[in-house]
Design a protein around this ligand. Structure first.
Ligand SMILES: Cc1cc2nc3c(=O)[nH]c(=O)nc-3n(C[C@H](O)[C@H](O)[C@H](O)COP(=O)(O)OP(=O)(O)OC[C@H]3O[C@@H](n4cnc5c(N)ncnc54)[C@H](O)[C@@H]3O)c2cc1C
Length: 375
């Protein structure tokens, strides 16, 4: 008999998991409270591990074609002094893509595979779910499904906020990912198809709410951008007014011991930010989500019973994703150091580290190995 799966959330995690489920013969339904996909002006860096995982679910080629192939580039101080120069080693391979483009690719593939997506469908309790054999909680940072399993695990504020937008293509658009570090702030530009994603992240004691397309967010971004050398301000000015977004950065501080549960009587699995929300300092949130789906795809093929599947999913995913959460947290503290001495040490370490070594180390740390690969 065909197995049925209900996925809560039609973000990156929900759609990639639904694709993995449908490819494994499940009848998958995706429920999302929103009327349509997110239209946040977000650009995503897909790193080597994410690309490997996308390859495992047959999506790498399409994502690469729709995005821009780039690499890790220079790291500079806010005043423009180079701390780490770009190299041409072949390491640090990245694809920059608009979140909207990625969501469209995923939705089309899910649709082709017969996945049914029900919009404007808020899930409050398990009574809102159709009859199902498996529940996948892909409902993001403030996951309702996670609350059923682990009510005490709550997101926490990182102390930093991020201002971001997508600018038009400019002459100053770098060919490589370029980042700047300042006192309590960091910023970057990611080249995209016909434009660039820019962001400024800063320690933010106001702890204000998210604002999208608000004049205040644009004014704050312009003010922060002026702390950095010229290209950043040019990109902020070349961003369509009314789209600059301010987002406080939250993460899950307490690691979940498992991403699965049978406690509610329904086999339930958490993926994406619902399972392992992290600050975006190492650009791993979506990349970890691709790994979730790729692991699910392999295990659905290899492990017919739920108990073994869940045990292996936890084995493959919990430690790996939580390591990324911790590293991302450390990276934001380090890159946004507020004390002048810590900032000077950070700059000296970045300057003394050979770029090639840093790139190779980053690739090695991020490397993902499929559960069916020989180890
Ligand atoms: C500024 C910034 C830059 C980033 N850059 C990168 C990057 O370069 N690379 C990278 O890998 N990651 C990056 N990330 C992280 C990445 O964006 C997230 O990790 C990823 O989008 C999470 O996807 P998700 O599907 O788990 O969650 P979400 O995108 O939050 O999707 C959850 C979905 O669930 C729905 N939902 C929620 N609750 C319910 C409910 N009760 N009932 C029904 N539906 C519900 C929501 O409507 C939503 O559609 C960045 C994040 C930020 C903020």
């Amino acid at each position: 008999m065909t197995q049925r799966a209900t996925v809560v959330g039609a973000g990156i995690a929900g759609l990639t998991s639904a694709i993995a489920l449908a490819e494994s013969g499940y009848e998958a339904v995706v429920l999302d409270r929103a009327a349509g996909p997110s239209d946040a002006p977000l650009g995503l860096a897909i790193t080597g591990n994410g690309l490997e995982a996308l390859a495992a679910i047959g999506l790498r080629g399409e994502v690469e074609r729709a995005g821009v192939t780039t690499r890790m580039g220079s790291i500079l101080t806010d005043a423009g002094t180079t701390l780490m120069a770009k190299t041409q080693t072949g390491a640090g391979y990245i694809v920059g893509i608009r979140e909207g483009t990625l969501l469209r690719i995923l939705a089309e593939r899910a649709d082709d595979l017969g996945v049914e997506t029900r919009r404007e469908t808020l899930v409050r309790s398990d009574a809102d779910l159709p009859e199902t054999d498996l529940v996948v909680g892909a409902d993001g940072l403030r996951s309702t499904v996670r609350r059923w399993i682990k009510p005490r695990v709550q997101p926490d504020y990182s102390g930093a906020a991020c201002w971001f937008g997508i600018s038009d293509a400019l002459e100053s658009t770098p060919e490589f990912v370029t980042s700047w570090v300042g006192r309590g702030t960091e910023a970057g530009i990611l080249p995209l198809d016909n434009g660039a994603f820019w962001y400024i992240s800063a320690i933010d004691r106001q702890r204000g709410p998210s604002t999208a397309g608000d004049d205040a967010a644009a004014a704050e971004a312009a003010q922060l951008g002026a702390l950095f050398e010229a290209p950043l301000s040019a990109h902020i000015s070349a961003t369509t007014s009314g789209t600059v977004t301010r987002q406080p950065l939250f993460y899950l501080p307490t690691g979940l011991p498992r991403f699965t549960s049978t406690r509610t009587g329904m086999p339930t699995l958490l993926v994406g930010d619902a399972a392992h929300a992290m600050v975006p300092s190492l650009v791993q949130g979506a990349n970890q989500t691709f790994e979730d789906a790729a692991v699910l795809r392999v295990l659905l093929r290899d492990e017919p019973d739920t108990e073994t599947l869940f045990a292996r999913f936890n084995e493959e995913r919990v430690q790996r994703a939580q390591r990324m959460q911790v590293r991302s947290w450390r990276a934001i503290r380090w890159m946004q150091a507020t004390h002048p001495v810590t900032g000077a040490i950070r700059n000296a370490v970045l300057k003394l580290t050979p770029t090639m070594a840093a790139e190779i180390l980053t690739d090695w740390h991020g490397r993902w190995v499929s559960p069916d690969a020989p180890r």
